[in-house]
Design a binder for this molecule. Structure first.
Ligand SMILES: Nc1ncnc2c1ncn2[C@@H]1O[C@H](COP(=O)(O)OP(=O)(O)OP(=O)(O)O)[C@@H](O)[C@H]1O
Ligand SMILES: [Mg+2]
Ligand SMILES: [Zn+2]
Length: 454
């Protein structure tokens, strides 16, 4: 039996978490450049013994454990988790500093606690009094929430052994460290090891686990991207400082659909669910038609949301014309402008183009193409689109308008909010029969613009 310390230097990729013996410019595993950092890894060897055999069964022999799962009752939150939190399910919740991760998780903890579930809140980031202050502000009574302030994984696991918890929240994974490694908390080696242990324990003990993770500048959970492979569900909490809304978006889900989003508004009393998001993203004062403004219906997950796209086209004063996109991909904008110039002959190269999604929403759906092009043309021609007209459609490189998914839901939402007509891909028209909205089917961008602007 060997025991004692063994120190070695290893290089970890900050993107994928893989370990390398030597430093090199490019990560062998994920191909990222300059992502390796040096870390000292000290492993304290413990007693080694025979490993117990794990439970082996043929599939028909496996009993399904109660898969009923837990609902928090916060609809916007449950939806993102795929409807419910299953026992042993692990969730990584990422987000930028100050976006409201602790607030969200504390409110979720309270909601679960009200269902009679025992919740453990491990806070390495804030003291217990800070947690109490936040609880008071949010009106969280926390009857069944046990809080522990620690940065030691062993202490957290000790607490877990003493009582049976249904749900465990860790705020944040970057603050916990295990004694078995000498690296400081937040290093790749620590984050990887701590997560690994908590996740294995969640699977055997059956508690639902939430790991909060900070996000770096490039949008990854600090430390290893590897974490995303280890958990069942990855959700990001997003929003921006100039808007009150916050969006919880699943980017991975082993038990449900990805792309589901939950929408909240940050208020002094905490996060409030937004069950009717279209009203939030249509800018106020849509009384009269304004050039450059177009409303579209996007589908985030299974849910349709109406949003307003705004464009401003002005003659470029000098040099390379500016292209500024807010809420959509810059490259997509450049591509759409090239299509507009080539297929419709508008002189885009001599104009600056600014586009944004009202409300600060970030979108990547292909159905945004036609509304974006319509908004740009509307500003260029200084002709408004009717206030009660919505536009949806994907646009291909040759200027053809392609069909979009879930047309029924999009049109119902538009009709529900009082829209009277919609410009949509021709192929979608037959799929949307019976909708209480006038449909203007178009097959290419030139026809779409002709029908819209006369
Ligand atoms: N007293 C308060 N009144 C109203 N809103 C507050 C108050 N304190 C904090 N907030 C809101 O809560 C937000 C911070 O939320 P929270 O602490 O949950 O974020 P976080 O993502 O956990 O941040 P961190 O990365 O620091 O852990 C603030 O940006 C602010 O909008
Ligand atoms: Mg926090
Ligand atoms: Zn890598």
């Amino acid at each position: 039996m060997i025991s004692g310390k063994r120190t070695r230097t290893a290089y970890f990729c900050t993107r994928c978490g893989s370990e390398h013996a030597k430093w090199q410019g490019q990560c062998r595993e994920c191909g990222e450049w300059n992502s390796l950092i040096e870390e000292k890894v000290t492993v304290r060897k413990g007693k080694s013994g025979k490993a117990p055999l794990s439970d082996r069964k043929r599939i028909p022999e496996i009993d399904i454990e109660s898969q009923a799962g837990y609902r928090s009752g916060i609809t916007e939150f449950d939806r993102v988790l795929g409807g419910r939190l299953l026992p042993g399910m692990t969730v990584l919740l990422g987000g930028e500093p100050g976006i409201g991760k602790s607030t969200l998780i504390l409110q979720a903890a309270e909601a679960f606690s009200r269902q009679g579930l025992a919740v453990l809140y491990v806070t390495g980031e804030e003291s217990l009094s800070q947690l109490k202050l936040r609880s008071q502000r949010l009106g969280v009574s926390g009857e069944n929430i046990t809080a522990v302030n620690t940065t030691s994984l062993e202490e957290a696991i000790g607490t877990l052994g003493s009582t049976k918890f249904d749900i465990v929240l860790v705020d944040s994974i970057q603050t916990l460290a295990t004694d078995s490694l000498d690296s400081p908390p937040g290093t790749v080696a620590q984050v990887r090891e701590v997560s690994h242990q908590l996740i294995s324990l969640a699977k055997t003990a059956g508690y639902g686990l939430f790991l909060i993770g900070h996000v770096t500048k490039d949008g990854l959970v600090a430390g290893p991207k590897l974490l995303e492979h280890m958990v069942d569900t990855v959700a990001y909490f997003e929003g921006d400082n100039t808007h009150l809304y916050r969006m919880l978006r699943a980017t991975k889900n082993r038990f449900g659909s990805v792309a589901e989003i939950g929408i909240f508004e940050m208020q002094p009393v905490g996060l409030v669910e937004v069950n009717n998001p279209s009203s939030l993203f249509l800018s106020s004062g849509r009384g009269e038609a304004r050039p450059g403004s177009v409303v579209t219906a996007v589908c985030e997950g299974s849910r349709p949301i109406l949003v307003e796209i705004q464009a401003l086209v002005t003659p470029a004063s000098y040099g390379t014309p500016q292209r500024v996109a807010g809420g959509i991909d810059n490259k997509r904008l450049a591509l759409l402008l090239a299509i507009l110039e080539k297929r419709c002959g508008y002189p885009m190269a001599s104009n600056d183009v600014f586009v944004s999604v009202a409300g600060g929403l970030k979108l990547s759906e292909p159905s945004l193409d036609l509304p974006l092009l319509t908004a740009i043309t509307s500003s260029l021609l200084n002709k408004p689109v009717g206030v009660l007209t919505a536009v949806v459609g994907e646009v291909g490189l040759s200027g053809e308008v392609r069909g979009v998914t879930m047309i029924d839901r999009r049109l119902s939402e538009a009709a529900r909010l009082g829209f009277e007509s919609v410009v949509l891909p021709g192929v979608n028209v037959s799929q949307a029969e019976g909708q209480k909205i006038k449909m203007i089917g178009v097959d290419d961008i030139q026809t779409a613009l002709d029908k819209t602007f006369g």
